[in-house]
Design a protein around this ligand. Structure first.
Ligand SMILES: [Zn+2]
Length: 481
């Protein structure tokens, strides 16, 4: 049986770092901790020293509200924070300030959805809740989890603002999870609340069950790129167990990135182990309608609205518009190129074929590609004016991507300018005729053979001959001219 014959249910708990803020969630330490020497971005509050008091970052609340609104959630007019108690070295306080929907806790938002199209199917994935919480510190196992003799801890990250976005188990395949994460990333990038390309910016736990069997929680997925891999592995693992007649046990597993597999984790926390209770040091947050409205009014254009605009303003097909807005960088790239070369459909085609191919081959993001919007526009102009053919254009684009040189320089260096010189093409064609007497004979009756001869002329000129001129010259020669 194929994997698709099984019913798969996937729910995600996505952790999004609010890394566009200047400071951490409850203190003045920097939110951008990457690259700093260990334990230098800390203070009494994020270290939880006695006598220190947390003060809630108001902008973090604004960012959370924008995300909640974008995900069609009900926003709590009044919410609070709770302590999630646990004993683990990534938090010096022995608790994490978080939110909760039970034990007197009210999270910032709940009951929303995120929609996307997958295989021409309109999908809506329900969002159970969104909560604001602080990121723990980072543990480093110098020789890998499980085999290190000691563990290092870095609290630079401790206290950075996080959103936990919890979905219902509505995702029906790893591929759907991939599109969901792409769409979520695009929403976050459009809102400007998260630079999703930063290390650790998006992490997740995934709940996976197959054919209504036990739910397995996969923890420790540390980047958006790993989410789909972890889910694919877990679905396959459970499918194999079921097909062998076994049953999947309910457990927590860890995603081990280096091995590309999930492994059973020994410790298991139950919810009651966390002894949640309302955080006494942070007052309840109340939102008034005017303040909320001001936040809504300040929200930038979101992917769905942008896709709609691409259809109306540029005449793109809905499918193409949706592909572009799934990646904010790609949508920005498209609009920048169109400003310089005003044929949106051509630009969209090139992005969706040649540009995406470069990104996939090089495994990079659009902002890392050497083919800038200016270069792509320059090249499209050269094709339009007939300086180079479309086919040569593809080759030029690859060269620009590999060298970072402007298209014009690449064309000159490689001698790729289109040849429209009739005399030159005639000399090439005569050579082709001498080398292929049989084809010349056939060509008097057979159109296929004519095409073959034209093809040979194109080949000899490495695709640079003007196809119309080549066509004309070959026919003239065949007619004895
Ligand atoms: Zn601090």
């Amino acid at each position: 049986m194929a994997e698709s014959d099984h019913r798969v249910m996937i729910g995600l708990e996505v952790h999004v770092q609010l890394n566009r803020l200047n400071t951490k969630l409850f203190c003045g330490c920097r939110a951008e901790y990457q690259g700093l020497p260990p334990n230098t971005n800390v203070c009494p509050v994020c270290l939880g020293l006695p006598g220190s008091l947390p003060v809630l970052n108001k902008l973090a609340v604004n960012h959370a509200i924008m995300v909640a609104k974008a995900l069609n959630c009900t926003i709590s007019r009044s919410f609070n924070f709770v302590r999630k108690n646990y004993f683990y070295p990534d938090m010096t306080k022995n608790f994490q300030i978080s939110q909760y929907e039970k034990a007197g806790g009210v999270p910032v938002a709940h009951s929303g959805w995120l929609g996307f199209a997958n295989d021409s199917l309109e999908r809506r994935i329900r969002i159970r809740r969104i909560q604001i919480e602080e990121d723990p510190g980072r543990l480093e196992h110098p020789e890998g989890i499980g085999s290190s003799k000691y563990v290092l801890v870095d609290y630079n990250r401790a206290g950075v603002g996080l959103l936990e976005i919890v979905t219902e188990p509505d995702l029906a395949s790893p591929d759907e999870a991939r599109v969901f994460i792409q769409k979520l990333r695009s929403v976050l990038e459009h809102l400007g609340v998260c630079d999703t390309s930063r290390e650790g910016a998006i992490r997740a736990d995934a709940n996976v069950s197959v054919d209504g069997g036990n739910r397995v929680e996969v923890k420790n997925i540390s980047s958006y790129k790993e989410i789909v891999k972890a889910i694919e592995f877990e679905v396959l693992r459970q499918t194999k167990i079921i097909e062998a007649g076994g049953s999947v046990s309910r457990e927590t597993r860890h995603w081990v990135e280096a091995k590309g597999m999930t492994i059973s984790s020994r410790q298991k926390e139950e919810e009651q182990d966390y002894r949640y209770f309302p955080e006494p040091d942070i007052p309840v947050v109340s939102l008034d309608e005017d303040a909320l409205q001001r936040i809504f009014d300040s929200m930038p254009e979101l992917p769905d609205a942008r896709a709609k605009r691409f259809v109306e303003q540029y005449g793109l097909k809905s499918y193409d518009a949706n592909v572009l807005v799934l990646d904010k960088g790609l949508a920005d790239y498209f609009e920048e190129t169109v400003r310089l070369y005003t044929n949106p459909k051509t630009v969209a085609n090139w992005i969706q074929s040649e540009i995406l191919r470069q990104l996939n081959e090089k495994k990079i993001e659009i902002n890392q590609l050497a083919v800038t919007p200016g270069y792509l526009a320059e090249m499209l102009h050269m094709i339009e004016t007939g300086e180079i053919s479309g086919k040569i254009g593809k080759r030029v684009l690859v060269e620009v991507a590999n060298t970072g040189l402007p298209p014009r320089v690449v064309v000159e260096r490689l001698g790729l300018t289109r040849i429209a010189d009739v005399e030159f093409i005639r000399r090439v064609a005569e050579e082709v005729f001498r080398e292929n007497p049989d084809a010349v004979e056939d060509a008097k009756r057979d159109q296929e053979a004519v095409n073959y001869l034209i093809g040979q002329v194109m080949k000899k000129t490495r695709g640079r001959a003007d196809p119309e001129v080549a066509n004309k010259v070959v026919r003239q020669l065949l007619n004895g001219g």
